[in-house]
Design a protein around this ligand. Structure first.
Ligand code: ADP
Ligand code: MG
Length: 701
């Protein structure tokens, strides 16, 4: 490859030239040799198999046959001429058809000489025909270099019109490999190649374009997927390690009286093993001198609150203040009540700060936070206001993180000389593979076990025309002393319509469940927060038995006596939302139920969602299905899509490769000799140039 590198403009490749070069750049983003090398085929056509005419089926798609042409005729049509050739093999006959290039075809075709033909077959009037076949004389076919699996590249209409067919693409890539033979520098180290039994970069690059067998293709793919995931993981792990040395944190080296007294005398239950494990991880983090950045995942009801409380006690034991931030006022005040009650016996002061706090309340809170006499503050976004100044904030716990922007987290940090330790709690389980790829730079803890004695929530799907039976069931439950939720969708775009649905629903429920036997609360987004709070409280206190609501109640609300969740238009909710809503029940000792109401017209995806909900209560399983349905980008929002912009690997289907790649990357990142370890020196070199070029794939030469 004299004078040529992977950065060389594609127009220099033999057979490309300036016009095609420009076209390739515009249409496919192929500007350089490297871009073309990394333009992997979409799929492959297996040309190891030859068909006989009598084996053809109407849906045979692309097939290859050997036979002779016995005659050619032109058929005049309204527009131009159609050429039809009779093609026969020993088993039968079919037609080859051309709608363009009549002259060229009739001149070129040789009669009664064996050809290899290849193309799509269709059936017309009981006869098979193949329009515009690729054909080659059998003698030429036998001479030529053949790859068993033909690569098929992504293309565009314009490319097709300008004569850049798949065949031309193949030729270009062949030319590239001819010029750049064996020039793909190895990116991994010998040790990793051996341990993981991977083929070399050179071999993989050749075989991804021109595999000789399915097995070769599999090995090439595996190697390239591993490489891609490996370097992403290495990047995330290295970032995490750097953060730990860079982001110094307070050292909480004491586990003191508050913690011990509470643990010994006031813990209302034994911790589950998962809770204990998580607590251990947190305690370790708090003591390293680095800032903790930990994500705590635990399904609804798994008991994250107590972990938060115990962590705050460690902060207090070390002389620091803690903040617990929730996304809604309702949730913040529930947290406040729960935490205040738990800590009452220890005499620890806890206060609540939300948008509804009065000026007088705020004044007290601001003062106490600033002079350090208040140890725990619980609240909403209101905590992020500039007026809120801490004497020594050592710990910030953020509940239900997906509602908070990272920017706000950062703002918290700025309020202090050293940033507080951060614990982010989420009840939205993120599939492990996704968490690893997106939050690789955060530490992750998982509570994967529910407290003992929890009953499965029985979930059923009912169609709208069964509503009367569902109402009857509700009545029976209410008569037994239970409370029930009826939830309506609220989606921004159709807010007016949804509001009408909710109000219509409320009216018919009021008719069906009349006073004085039944009392109903209603909560929706258009209400003032004081009214919302009032209605909510009536339900919490058991004064009302039915809560009609929009998804406002999705997050965190805890009413153990509520045992039925009815979700209206359930087909309109996403899986994670359905799971969150269902999590509002099943918090007490009674058997709980979730009824998913829907119309009869359901999309395939909606059916899958409802079926999944009926089949399982496990949030992680539900999250896996969600990931498969929606794809990683949608699941995480756009901000992380960069990380997920994978070229060849796929975190849904390549989870095994991801796990091994991560393990291997950890080994490199944590290797004691660091960058000087000769076993990994080469990997570090690649890594550094990836950081410079921002992409593995721009980095192969
Ligand atoms: P979430 O993880 O959804 O925030 P909570 O912290 O609200 O869950 O806990 C749900 C319920 O389970 C609460 O009533 C809590 O008191 C109870 N709980 C938590 N941990 C345990 C445990 N180890 N044993 C028994 N009950 C527990
Ligand atoms: Mg919670």
């Amino acid at each position: 490859m004299k004078g040529i590198s992977f950065q060389t403009a594609i127009s220099y490749l033999k057979g490309v030239g300036p016009a095609r070069g420009q076209l390739l750049g515009k249409e496919l983003g192929i500007f350089t040799y490297g871009d073309l090398a990394n333009f992997f085929p979409n799929r492959y056509i297996d040309r190891t198999r030859f068909y006989k005419v009598k084996e053809l089926q109407a849906n045979s798609s692309e097939v290859q046959l050997i036979g002779k042409i016995t005659g050619v005729k032109s058929v005049k049509q309204k527009r131009g001429t159609r050429i039809v050739a009779q093609f026969v093999d020993e088993s039968g006959q079919m037609e080859l058809v051309w709608f363009r290039g009549a002259k060229w075809i009739t001149d070129a075709i040789k009669v009664n000489v064996p050809y290899v033909i290849f193309g799509k077959v269709t059936q017309f009037n009981g006869l098979f025909n193949m329009p515009h076949p690729e054909m080659e004389l059998l003698t030429d076919y036998k001479k030529g270099f053949k790859t068993a699996m033909q690569p098929v590249y992504r293309s565009t209409e314009l490319l097709g019109n300008k004569g850049v067919s798949n065949r031309v693409m193949q030729k270009m890539v062949q030319q590239l490999f001819y010029e750049a033979k064996d020039k793909f520098g190895e990116t991994l180290s010998k040790k990793i190649l051996e341990e993981q039994q991977l083929i070399s970069k050179n071999e993989a690059m050749f075989n991804i374009h021109f595999p000789q067998s399915q097995e070769q293709l599999t090995r090439a793919r595996h190697r390239l997927k591993f490489e891609e995931l490996f370097f992403i993981q290495l990047q995330l792990i290295v970032k995490n390690l750097t953060n730990k040395t860079k982001n110094k944190g307070f050292v909480f080296d004491r586990v003191g009286d508050h913690f011990h007294t509470f643990y010994k005398d006031h813990l209302p239950f034994d911790l589950t093993n998962a809770q204990k494990m998580v607590l251990k991880e947190i305690r370790k983090d708090l003591n390293t001198g680095a800032q903790m950045n930990r994500l705590l995942q635990g399904d609804v009801g798994s008991g994250k609150t107590i972990v938060a409380v115990l962590t705050m006690l460690i902060a207090i034991d070390n002389g620091f203040q803690s903040a617990l931030i929730a996304p809604t006022e309702i949730l913040a005040s529930q947290h406040f009540k729960a935490v205040e009650e738990l800590l009452l016996p220890l005499g620890i002061k806890v206060r609540l700060l939300t948008g509804s706090s009065t000026t007088a309340q705020r004044r007290v809170i601001h003062e106490e936070l600033e002079n350090g006499s208040l140890h725990i503050i619980i609240g909403t976004h209101a905590l992020f206001e500039d007026k809120v100044v801490f004497k020594n904030l050592g710990l910030a716990i953020i509940d239900e993180q997906h509602r908070f922007g990272v920017a706000q987290r950062a703002k918290m940090w700025m309020k202090n000389t050293l940033p507080p330790h951060i614990l982010v709690m989420t009840a939205t389980p993120i599939p492990r593979t996704l968490a690893m790829s997106v939050y690789g730079d955060l530490d992750i803890s998982v509570i994967d076990e529910l407290p003992p004695g929890r009953k499965m929530i029985k979930t059923i799907h009912r169609f709208d025309n069964n509503r009367l039976a569902v109402f009857k069931f509700l009545k029976d439950e209410i008569v037994k002393g239970r409370q029930v939720y009826i939830v309506y969708p609220l989606i921004q775009e159709s807010e007016q319509l949804d509001y009408k649905d909710l109000m219509d629903g409320y009216e018919s429920i009021s008719r069906e469940f009349p006073l004085p036997d039944f009392r109903i609360s209603i909560v929706h987004g258009k209400m003032k927060s004081a009214d919302k709070e009032y209605e909510m409280q009536r339900f919490v206190k058991g004064e009302t038995q039915i809560m009609v609501a929009t998804t406002v109640i999705e997050v965190g609300v805890n009413v153990p006596n509520a045992s039925v969740m009815i979700i209206e238009s359930a087909e309109r909710f996403g899986l994670s939302q359905l799971h969150q809503l269902r999590g509002r029940v099943g918090r007490g000792a009674d058997q709980s139920y979730c009824v998913l109401m829907s119309g009869h017209k359901l999309s395939k995806e909606a059916k899958t969602r409802l079926k999944t909900m009926v089949q399982t209560n496990d949030g992680f399983k539900i999250a896996e299905v969600d990931l498969k349905l929606r794809g990683p980008g949608d699941l995480m929002g756009t901000q992380q899509s960069g990380v997920l912009n994978l070229k060849i690997a796929d975190i849904v289907n390549d989870s095994e490769v991801l796990y091994t790649a991560r393990k291997a990357a950890r080994k490199v990142a944590y290797s004691t000799q660091g960058h000087t370890d000769p076993e990994y020196a080469h990997v570090w070199k690649t890594f550094e140039s990836i950081l410079k070029n921002k992409s593995l794939w721009a980095n192969i030469s």
